[in-house]
Design a protein around this ligand. Structure first.
Ligand code: XMP
Length: 525
């Protein structure tokens, strides 16, 4: 195991992913974890991440008392990255100062000593790296040596091979450090002697074993399928482990996309053989939403209805089976459970801050179900990889994200207003199909249409019309937190617009959303 102690760098997750990409299992825990939680994991290598702190501030986070002694008596290797390097220097008796020349962005470094970290290089070899630091090393602890320097003459890499402490002042994990991956690979395999052996096939086998060992032979498990990748992969895995003692429910709330229900049920049943009950709750949802215009109110109503339906499903199951289901499957991912160091000035203490779990429609409070979260150590791309091994169709794994409240947040105002949902479904389908035909679906993070609660004047077939307006939105993004609008070619937009107005009755105007996030959000409500 390679353990990453997170000191709050925006790149910490990237270190974890890069190491997993080298087929080495890595986990990330808070940089303020106790010595026991570190030693219990028995890592061969510990990586200290970067972070926004300065080692000089009184509340700067660092490794716990006894860490260095434990490292040295157990033959553990330590690599500090950026802040992590400065932490090693300061804690082992060196000096870190506020740098005269701060280094941010692309820098060149030169190898001073070709062994240890740069064993595959020659003295004098240069490489481009990504730096982002204000403090710098002024004096090394005893026994350490500089193995690379930046073009400005500051310390770029250090090591003490005897004590197994290493440090990089730059970020090898980002793509702007083109040779960073090679440096990490060399460090893990050649310096630390780590074996590559972590493969997704093994993770699948291991998870199935764990689920079998957890769920008793008489126990039943339930799962709410949203039609998204995470819940589908989680359910498929659990189904492999316990067969039809898994009971899934898929709710058609009347707010789904064009033929969504048929399409996802087809995948669940035909491709994945999942035991799924499809509940048609269109009337139940739409009657509750009638006349409601406030976006937050819509979300609340939808969340509450989901819980009612889920509750009914569990009760029906109990009647049928003669016993209560014991477990609930959730597709929680690793980024949702990683504990991070709080940023400086956030007012939070260094106690663990766990990000809120995201689940489908919430959980009835009195159900007392135990959770099974088989994806909670995986990143999104790893879940897709697992999905491939479990034979989830590729097109399904690559679907754009779709919000829990569905089209309710894409029909502005009352969702039950005249034909709005029907019109929106047709427009959305034309837009998405055109994107697929143009080969753009996989490079766009999310694309959809929005129904605007206004009418505008048009002329169609010599007739004056007073019809609906729809907006098209397509964005690129890494994680949905920020986004850029996608710059379609004029011909593409022209074709889509004509197709929509010619084939969707009731629409005479198409507009394009050209706002990034921020200042907008991706969804309109
Ligand atoms: P926003 O609109 O906040 O969306 O920029 C960011 C991402 O989150 C999705 N989204 C939701 N997903 N329940 C969900 O499961 C919701 O209530 C919800 N609201 C927004 C949105 O589609 C985008 O991918």
């Amino acid at each position: 195991l390679v353990l990453i102690l997170d000191y709050g760098s925006q790149y910490t997750h990237l270190i974890t992913r890069r190491i997993r990409a080298l087929s080495v299992f890595s986990l990330c825990i808070s940089g303020t974890s106790t010595l026991k939680s570190i030693t219990d994991l028995n890592p061969r290598v510990v990586i200290l991440s970067g972070g926004p702190h300065s080692v000089h501030t009184p509340d700067a986070p660092g490794f716990p008392a006894g860490f260095v002694e434990w490292v040295e008596s157990n033959g553990v290797f330590v690599l500090g990255i950026c802040y992590g390097l400065q932490l090693i220097v300061q804690r082992l008796g060196g000096v870190v100062m506020v740098g005269e020349k701060q280094e941010y962005g692309k820098m060149e470094i030169e190898v001073e000593k070709a062994c240890g970290l740069f064993g595959s290089k020659k003295v004098g070899d240069k490489q481009e790296v990504w730096m982002s630091h204000g403090d710098e090393v002024a004096k090394l602890p005893e026994g350490f040596e500089v193995v690379a320097q930046s073009q400005q003459g500051s310390v770029a890499a250090i090591e003490n091979q005897l004590r197994r402490f290493y440090g990089l002042q730059y970020h090898p994990e980002v793509t702007h450090s083109p040779e960073g991956m090679e440096t990490l690979r060399f460090f893990l395999f050649n310096v630390c002697g780590v074996n590559a052996g972590w493969a997704m096939e093994d993770v699948v086998d291991e998870e199935i074993k764990v689920i079998k060992g957890t769920v008793g032979l008489e126990d039943h498990v339930i799962c709410a399928l949203s039609g998204g990748v995470d819940s589908t992969v989680a359910a498929t895995l659990v189904h492999k482990a316990i067969g039809d003692r898994l009971h899934c429910v898929f709710v058609d709330n009347g707010l789904l996309r064009y033929k969504e229900r048929e399409r996802v049920m087809d995948t669940f049943e035909r491709d994945l053989h999942l035991p799924v009950t499809c509940v048609d709750a269109t009337e139940q949802f739409l009657s509750k939403l009638k006349g409601v215009e406030d976006p937050e109110m819509k979300r609340k109503i939808i969340g509450k209805e989901f819980i009612c339906i889920f509750d009914d499903f569990a009760q029906d199951l109990e009647k049928k089976l003669g016993r209560k289901p014991s477990y609930l499957v959730q597709g929680t991912l690793y980024p949702d459970v990683i504990e991070s160091c709080p940023p400086p000035g956030s007012g939070r203490t260094h106690s663990h801050t766990i990000k809120s779990h995201h689940n489908v429609g919430g959980l009835p409070k009195d159900m007392k179900l135990k959770l099974i979260e088989p994806l909670k150590l995986l990143f999104k791309d790893e879940v897709r990889q697992m999905g491939r091994i479990l034979n989830v169709p590729e097109a399904f794994l690559k679907r754009h994200p779709f919000p829990g409240p569905g089209l309710a947040v894409r029909v502005l105002g009352d969702v039950t207003q005249e034909n709005a949902l029907d019109i929106l479904r047709q427009v959305d389908e034309i837009f998405i199909q055109s994107i697929k035909d143009a080969g753009l679906y996989d490079i766009i993070w999310q694309a959809f249409a929005v129904f605007l609660p206004i009418r505008s004047v048009g002329v169609q077939g010599d007739q004056r019309t007073h019809s609906h307006v729809v907006s098209l939105r397509a964005v690129t993004s890494q994680d949905g937190m920020t986004a850029d609008w996608y710059p379609f070619e004029h011909k593409f937009l022209n074709d889509v617009s004509r197709k929509i107005c010619n084939s969707v009755r009731g629409v005479n105007r198409v507009v394009l959303d050209i706002t990034s996030k921020p200042p907008s959000t991706i969804e309109w409500e």
